[in-house]
Design a binder for this molecule. Structure first.
Ligand SMILES: Cc1cc2nc3c(=O)[nH]c(=O)nc-3n(C[C@H](O)[C@H](O)[C@H](O)COP(=O)(O)OP(=O)(O)OC[C@H]3O[C@@H](n4cnc5c(N)ncnc54)[C@H](O)[C@@H]3O)c2cc1C
Length: 338
């Protein structure tokens, strides 16, 4: 395995930021990590695992070792009448895995079609879209512990999944490299069309006998019409999480903002779309030089070409400040700022 020095990461992050990493190595197997971890200064240097780079914002050059995860493999571990358990290499492309699962008639992840990035990053923030989260099909994962050099297993409880959250974004941040993910997919899928736009798109498509492929096609259609393609405009999808507020706070806000959209999170809390809050603060379509807020989707910060990471970080802080000052709500970044 080769370690490259002073490497541009322009093509390794979907913001397309032309930053440099001091060192870059590609890992293709668990053994590569073991070998690397025996290099004398391995434990003392900064280390960043990178999948597709679709959920990171580099604020500047990276003074450390970047490990590009390219651990591949798709295998059926076991199956019964109802379910199939698949073990996936963390470097597999997520959307290709979704298509593979659909081809085999296994349901559960079709609503998560077209999410960029790798399988290994999916549990990191418990990816979610159109009414489904990874946790609903997750069985366990295997991860290399940097401190001990051992592979550990984490089940759903260990991962402590939440809304765009797992233990790997919290107390175990930077301590494990996820190497394999095991999912439990259904041979007799039930369909989730609870998200309004999915049901509406399926109707427009004239679908009569619903299949998981139809759901995937509908989701792809919606995503392509709503979200900017990183291959065309640099971005990392939703920049902020949708804030979760106490119902009492929401009711207070409703007295002033009667049209504020919200969704029940549980009995006591509601989610407010961050995009709406940002739009109310007049950021939608904002542009300054190479950076901006997407004209169709206020939740997406963009690099029109040649932006610096620091400029995007500053823009995100200005947006946070204006939402805080107008609504008293703190926006928390979903994107990992490095
Ligand atoms: C256009 C667009 C749309 C998006 N839509 C959605 C969406 O609908 N729902 C959603 O949830 N997300 C969405 N995202 C965000 C992103 O695609 C997901 O978070 C995805 O899982 C990130 O995968 P990645 O391989 O690119 O991760 P990276 O960006 O490479 O890494 C993300 C974080 O995970 C860590 N990491 C990555 N791999 C590993 C590993 N193997 N072990 C340990 N740590 C690791 C990294 O260090 C980093 O902190 C979108 C992004 C874009 C650009």
């Amino acid at each position: 395995m080769e370690i490259q020095h002073h490497v541009s990461l322009k093509h390794y992050n979907t913001f397309g930021l032309d930053i440099t990493a001091s060192e870059l190595a590609t890992i293709e197997h668990e053994n590569d990590i073991s070998i690397l971890s025996e290099v004398p200064d391995f434990s003392t240097q900064s280390l960043l695992v990178l999948g597709g780079g679709s959920n990171v914002l580099f604020s500047g050059d990276y003074a450390g070792l970047v490990l590009k995860n390219n651990i591949l493999g798709k295998e059926v571990l076991k199956q019964n009448e109802e379910f199939v358990w698949v073990r996936l290499g963390a470097g597999e492309n997520w959307h290709q895995v979704v298509l593979w699962s659909i081809e085999n008639g296994w349901g559960g992840i079709e609503n998560l079609s077209l999410i960029p990035g790798t399988v290994g990053a999916a549990p990191m923030q418990n990816i979610g879209a159109y009414g489904v989260e990874l946790s609903s099909v997750f069985e366990y994962l295997e991860a290399f512990e940097l401190k001990t050099g051992k592979i550990a297993q984490f089940n759903t409880t260990d991962c402590d999944f939440g809304y765009r959250y797992s233990v790997f974004k919290g107390p175990l941040k930077q301590q494990f490299i996820i190497t394999r993910v095991i999912l439990k997919l259904s041979k007799h899928p039930t369909f989730n069309t609870s998200y309004g736009a999915v049901a509406q798109t399926l109707e427009e498509m004239g679908v009569e006998q619903l299949t998981i492929k139809d759901i995937s096609s509908a989701v792809i259609k919606i995503r392509q019409s709503k979200l900017p393609d990183p291959a065309v405009i640099g971005n990392a999808g939703s920049f902020f999480k949708n804030p979760i507020v106490a119902n009492e706070t929401l009711n207070n806000l409703k007295t002033e903002y009667t049209n504020i959209p919200s969704y029940a999170f549980d009995n006591s809390y509601s989610k407010i779309p961050a995009g709406w809050l940002i739009e109310q603060c007049q950021w939608k379509g904002y542009r300054k030089g190479s950076i901006g807020v997407h004209a169709k989707q206020a939740l997406v910060l963009v690099n029109y070409g040649g932006a610096k990471g620091r400029e995007l970080v500053d823009l995100s802080k200005q947006i946070q400040a204006s939402v805080q000052s107008r609504f008293g709500i703190e926006l928390i970044p979903e994107v990992n700022i490095v």
